[in-house]
Design a protein around this ligand. Structure first.
Ligand SMILES: *Cc1c(COP(=O)(O)O)cnc(C)c1O
Length: 382
């Protein structure tokens, strides 16, 4: 079955029945015999889809777990109340007191915060390596346990060569954990490039409608068992209504991404031709760092790109004048949003970026001409 068809079929109950798995709200699951209770507890250790207790997910969450695992090419997937919760649980599962963690410098800023606060407090040491490193020799230590990657990088979108990197990590006993929120399992599958865990903030494109918070971590091999044990021991779960809303969003993941990609590519090209702009950061532009790797490893781009304006450009009033781009954190909903950014403020390595105010745009599903007219108006054209 092809991927588009799978998006339609994920979680479909037996017929006759509804097209969607129903929202099943439950804490206790009732049994009429002790034998049934004991048997269920035994079976759930072999099968994440066994209905045993609300914290382990009901049939609604089980349908979503199977869907995300399949989308990412994982053996299993686990659910969390936010993307950050998925990152926190996954990093903690693979690095404890005395361990060393290597994190790509272009990582999502909250992941860095997690490393610098909770993980350090728990005795984990952390170093940041440049996005284009495929040999971690200069940063590795005997106690290095895991590598955290994100491609393209947050806000600046540098593309990592994950298959070369995982060729290097493979024989060194390192677990490679990817933040795959950009690709969301549809555009990009880090597990197929040799990573062990792939995390998606389903808050973004899986939910897709700016009304769900959720995170998921898919895994393969030995990492799947480690992650599972950590999820169970820390009581991570996703409420049935949120699982339902995420799966409903996923039905149109492919179609939405097509339009997000088309609109973002058109806007990025349009911005690149503007005299007010000194750089456009978008992994689909041929001049972008790692663009040829993205073209090789991924199936397109999403709705994100960033713009660096000329030094002294009055960014704030430009953004305030926009009608179709509201100012807001997060992205991946149906609507266009924009946010002023300072992508280099917490980075430790050098970047080839011009000085000047910058903004990250998310192109929504609006007609692209309305978006371009809005931007042109705000620049003061016509
Ligand atoms: C948004 C985001 C997250 C966090 O997801 P939340 O659901 O907001 O906690 C993690 N990683 C990346 C790359 C993100 O963009």
């Amino acid at each position: 079955m092809r991927r588009e068809t799978k998006l339609v079929r994920y979680g479909r109950p037996a017929l006759p029945g509804p097209a969607n798995p129903p929202v099943v709200r439950a804490s206790t699951i009732l049994h009429d015999t002790v034998e049934s209770y004991v048997d269920t507890k035994a079976r759930r250790e072999e099968d994440d889809g066994v209905l045993s207790y609300g914290r382990r997910g009901t049939t609604t969450a089980h349908a979503l777990m199977a869907a995300v695992a399949d989308l990412e090419g994982g053996e299993a997937a686990y659910l969390f109340p936010t993307g950050v919760a998925a990152l926190a649980s996954s990093l903690s599962a693979f690095a404890g007191a005395g361990d060393h963690l290597l994190v790509v410098d272009t990582v999502f800023h909250v992941t860095r915060k997690l490393c610098e606060t909770v993980l350090r407090r728990n005795g984990v040491s952390v170093d940041y390596f440049p996005w284009d490193a495929t040999d971690l020799g200069p940063w590795i230590r005997p106690e290095t346990k895991a590598v955290v990657v994100e491609s393209p990088g947050s806000q600046t979108f540098e593309v990592m060569d994950l298959s070369s990197l995982t060729r290097w990590t493979r024989d060194r006993g390192l677990t490679v954990i990817a933040d795959n929120t950009y690709g969301s399992g549809w555009l990009y599958r880090p597990l197929e490039l040799g990573c062990d865990v792939s995390i998606v903030a389903g808050t973004k494109y899986l939910g897709g409608h700016a009304d769900v918070m959720m995170g998921a971590a898919a895994a393969r091999g030995a990492a799947a068992a480690t992650l599972r044990a950590a999820v169970i021991a820390t009581g991570q779960t996703l409420a049935p209504d949120e699982a339902y809303a995420t799966l409903r969003g996923m039905r149109t993941l492919n179609l939405r991404l097509e339009r997000h990609q088309e609109n973002a590519a058109a806007l990025a090209e349009w911005f690149a031709g503007r005299p007010e702009v000194s750089a456009v950061l978008h992994p689909g532009l041929p001049s972008h760092p790692g663009a040829e790797i993205w073209a090789r490893d991924a199936e397109g781009c999403n709705g994100l790109f960033s713009v660096v304006f000329k030094d002294g450009f009055p960014l704030e009033p430009f953004l305030d004048r926009l009608e179709h781009f509201a100012i807001g954190a997060s992205w991946g909903g149906f609507e266009s949003v924009v946010l002023p950014i300072s992508p280099l403020h917490d980075r430790v390595h050098a970047y080839d970026l011009p000085a000047g105010p910058a903004a990250r745009f998310h192109a929504g599903l609006e007609h692209v001409e309305d978006l371009i007219e809005d931007l042109a108006r705000s620049f003061g054209d016509g």
